[in-house]
Design a protein around this ligand. Structure first.
Ligand SMILES: Nc1nc2c(ncn2[C@@H]2O[C@H](COP(=O)(O)OP(=O)(O)OP(=O)(O)O)[C@@H](O)[C@H]2O)c(=O)[nH]1
Ligand SMILES: [Mg+2]
Length: 214
């Protein structure tokens, strides 16, 4: 009995999140704002990629960013240093953002922008279940997490429109095959576009912009 009650409440929580996410997406579209949810492993390069994207796209879009992090403003400060209007969402002990956080934070950055990036908390598990209302969902992993990141986290790759395999420059010393990681994504989620990057140098950024249709 106890288990049935728990399952029912979890389902309603997820359904509520999905409803709210749809509402957020509608609001963003009405304001003419395109949006990208950036999920991915801890330290895989999410903020570095957003810094590079912001530099590359700042003449084409007025950009805003919401950065999810447990307690610090480090990521928002890094992205903000590129002239992006940023707002940090501190989740406390929560390991992912949800639509409720976004619904409260979105007004802080959405005036006078046409493109919104949302950096999720570094985590390859929970964010998969919590869409945030963004047009595109992207997941970032890097070779430094080892060779099994995709196989071990199939759900988030199925949710993602675009998967980035980052830190290509470290593939050789890590003895991790970028080609194999790409094949793993294609096996698990054939519709997900895969972009191989070295965010530190900016390699792959043009392909990412195309994949995100920006
Ligand atoms: N060698 C190498 N290092 C990279 C690359 N991309 C990012 N890094 C480094 O990896 C570290 C983590 O990068 P971040 O961009 O902070 O990663 P993140 O995913 O935002 O991290 P969290 O938000 O803390 O989960 C930093 O020291 C980056 O400079 C890359 O392509 N190659
Ligand atoms: Mg970050």
């Amino acid at each position: 009995m106890h288990k049935i009650v728990d399952l029912a409440s979890e389902e309603s929580l997820l359904a509520h999140n999905r409803e709210l996410a749809e509402k957020i997406n509608k609001q963003l579209k009405e304001r003419g704002i395109r949006s990208v949810d950036v999920m991915g492993a801890i330290g895989s390069g999410k903020t570095t990629i957003l810094e590079k994207l912001s530099e590359r796209l700042k003449d084409r879009y007025r950009i805003g960013a919401l950065a999810g992090d447990l307690t610090t403003t480090i990521d928002a400060d890094r992205i903000g240093a590129h002239g992006v209007k940023t707002f940090q969402i501190n989740t406390g002990k929560e390991c992912h953002l949800d639509a409720h956080f976004i619904s409260h934070a979105v007004d802080k950055v959405s005036e006078d922008i046409d493109l919104l990036f949302i950096e999720n908390v570094g985590n390859l598990i929970c964010p998969a279940d919590f869409p945030l209302g963004a047009d595109k969902r992207m997941v970032v992993i890097s070779v430094t997490e080892g060779p099994y990141m995709v196989k071990k986290h199939p759900y988030i790759f199925r949710e993602a429109d675009v998967a980035v395999i980052n830190k290509k420059d470290l593939a050789e010393p890590m003895q991790v095959s970028v080609k194999q990681l790409k094949e793993d994504v294609k096996t698990i989620s054939p519709g997900t576009r895969v972009v191989i990057m070295c965010a530190r140098t900016g390699e792959g950024i043009e392909e990412l912009i195309l994949a995100l249709e920006l």
